[in-house]
Design a protein around this ligand. Sequence first.
Ligand code: IPD
Ligand code: CA
Ligand code: CA
Ligand code: CA
Length: 266
Amino acid sequence: MARSALLNVMVQAALKAGKSLSRDFGEVQNLQVSVKGPSDFVSQADLKAEKIVREELLKARPTYGFLGEESEEIQGTDGAHRWIVDPLDGTTNFLHGIPQFAVSIALERNGEVVAGVVFNPATDELFTAERGGGAFLNDRRLRVAVRRVLSDCVVGSGVPHLGRGNHGKFLVELRHVMGEVAGVRRLGAAALDLAYVAAGRFDGFWETDLSPWDMAAGMVLIREAGGFVSDMKGSSDIFDSGSIVAGNEYVQKALLEVTNRPVPTR
Ligand code: IPD
Ligand code: CA
Ligand code: CA
Ligand code: CA
């Protein structure tokens, strides 16, 4: 499969950071870990991976801005382009030896996400997409799932960190969704969850209290696989609201309706 020069840059950065993550995953018990907030951890592995991605991307495109989870934002001299990077999505899984984590890299152009790469080094799964060029898992072209009826669907979600987000509200959403679908999954790495929607593994996904680096790459993967994304209010202000609802045309709409049902009175 021939990739564009842009995707090549992103893939090389993701693979290099992925190697570093794989090494650290092998000796996870020796890693230094600090706490950013209640149940919100960052390890040496996150910091090393971010440094690698940042260096690779800025070497290839020195004028672009850079927004990463673990470092100060760089504005860049080119006002139009910004990298959005989560060097290790799924830190909690990683620190528990659970092989469900990823490097996520996206490129924003004039405020629109135009390319995304999500790489899970533990499974060697590389998800790539560029606007107008389709979405791929390794060499295979991706399409979102075709199921239309919620009772046939498996959907993913995420539980907000302790002290962040509203667990009561999430439980209401979960209760409503559980009453409609075949299954709900919480795998613990939002960027991969969204890639799973693009790959048709999840029929849909919703989560609140996320950051741009959790969602940016996944958004372009899903759109390029024929799917739809909005925030929890149905608007396209996904980064501002920090919430996302995703699926094919039918499931996205249905999930939006179900997650917005009012709190039951009894
Ligand atoms: C987290 C994961 C998780 C989601 C959290 C995120 P991190 O990212 O994506 O699935 O539920 O809200 O913060 O901290 O592991 O990069
Ligand atoms: Ca984090
Ligand atoms: Ca993340
Ligand atoms: Ca992270």
